[in-house]
Design a protein around this ligand. Structure first.
Ligand SMILES: [Zn+2]
Length: 151
């Protein structure tokens, strides 16, 4: 751990996988990937695969949330509108991703998922929250807010 990590975050670009350094606290919506020039924010939830998740877990020190879901899962569909709203509301502060547990079974198993949906949040390179079951409306926003305030 170097002291430089206190002032900059490493962000894995969810488009190309490149590592980007950004000052801690800078709005994600104002940052672009230095390699592919794509936005580093997710104003809408972005689908990721197991390989990108592994890279995020290994290298990313920003804040991100993963919704582990499945196409056949009713509660997952029920939570989707709230998750979309949260992606927009938290666009400057956290990235919201979705991982299809059927298409990425090894990755989902590696996360210790017992059912879908499960929400997991990471911050500063650590998993800071893990919650099974659908959350809607303000409950979901509060859960993300709490996760982002943990260090
Ligand atoms: Zn990129």
């Amino acid at each position: 751990m170097s002291s430089s990590q206190e002032s900059t975050s490493t962000l894995v670009c969810h488009h190309c996988g490149a590592l980007n350094r950004a000052p801690v606290g800078r709005a994600l919506t104002s940052g672009k990937c230095g390699k592919c020039a794509a936005s580093l924010a997710t104003p809408e939830p972005v689908a990721i695969d197991g390989a990108l998740l592994a890279r995020l877990q290994a290298r990313d020190t920003g804040a991100f949330v993963v919704d582990v879901w499945a196409t056949w899962c009713g509660p997952c569909r029920m939570m989707a509108p709230a998750y979309e709203k949260a992606a927009s509301a938290f666009a400057d502060r956290a990235r919201l991703f979705k991982l299809d547990s059927d298409q990425n079974q090894a990755a989902a198993a590696g996360l210790g998922i017992r059912g879908v949906p499960t929400l997991i949040a990471w911050r500063n390179g650590k998993q800071v929250a893990h919650e099974a079951g659908a959350q809607t409306g303000s409950t979901l926003s509060r859960w993300i807010e709490t996760a982002l305030s943990k260090s």
